[in-house]
Ligand binder design. Structure first.
Ligand code: PEP
Length: 255
């Protein structure tokens, strides 16, 4: 974590997991955190069907709620899609955009991710913009080029620490149980911070949170959070169970 850097944030991405039965995990989480002073911000991004319920269950806590995607338009004939305004109306304050699973399975381009991020800003949501290289790209030595190209294409004008979070998620580390070395993570986070400074200025770059995501769990979180320029994490699998998620959140002492 950057010394004197922004307050860390841990964001749970439930992906396409969770029915009303899973709300028990939210209940467990609020129970375990009752009266506890958190050392980081916390957000849960359940599937869209659960956003309102999760938001209501978390309303007494400091934990935020987010969506996992949004359409660029505010409304219209886009069957099956959900707008940023609808997420906001359901209680979301954050939205994950450009996750590698969206880029891969839904062919999302950087330009589309940027339009979605603009929609998020329009609706008053914090856009969590994901970038990261594939195994092939890392093997070819292209990691930094890929990440800066994704940033250039996906981060809209008007982005700042108050409305945008960057999540570096190497595709090959997501759900694989494999993580990059600390040096590899540090190199990319440093490059992201540098890119942000050039585009948004030093102050905005220092304040913006840059998260690492990919097979983070309670057993490796402390080492990852000790890396300079890592301001928290986007967590998939380990966010589904309250006990696992709290094991990660607990790595940050209240400050
Ligand atoms: C993710 O999908 O954003 C993610 C980080 O997943 P996992 O933690 O399961 O690797």
């Amino acid at each position: 974590m950057a010394v004197n850097g922004p307050r860390p944030i841990i964001i749970g991405n439930w992906k396409m997991n969770g029915t009303s039965e899973s709300l028990g995990e939210i209940r467990l989480m609020t129970g375990m955190l009752d009266g506890v002073e958190l050392g980081c911000d916390v957000v849960v991004c359940p599937p869209a069907t659960l956003i309102r319920q999760v938001h209501e269950m978390l309303s007494e806590s400091k934990i935020g709620t987010g969506g996992q995607d949004c359409h660029p338009e505010p409304n219209g004939a886009f069957t099956g899609d959900i707008s940023a305004e609808m997420l906001r109306d359901a209680g979301a304050r954050y939205v994950i955009l450009g996750h590698s699973e969206r880029r891969h399975y839904h062919d999302e381009s950087d330009a589309l991710v940027r339009r979605k991020a603009e929609a998020a800003h329009r609706a008053g949501l914090v856009a969590i913009i994901c970038v990261g290289e594939t195994e092939l790209e890392r093997g070819a030595g292209d990691t930094l080029d890929v990440v800066s190209r994704q940033l250039a294409g996906s981060v809209p004008k008007g982005s700042g620490a108050e409305n945008t979070i960057i999540a570096y998620e190497p595709v090959w580390a997501i759900g694989s149980g494999v993580t990059p070395t600390s040096d590899e993570i540090g190199e990319v986070h440093r490059a992201v911070r540098h890119w942000l400074a050039e585009r948004l200025g030093d102050e905005a770059a220092r304040a913006m949170r840059i998260l690492y995501g990919g097979s983070v769990k309670s057993t490796n979180a402390a080492d990852i959070f000790a890396i300079p320029d890592v301001d928290g994490s986007l967590v998939g699998q380990a966010s589904l169970k309250a006990k696992d998620f709290l094991g990660i959140i607990g790595q940050f002492a209240p400050c």
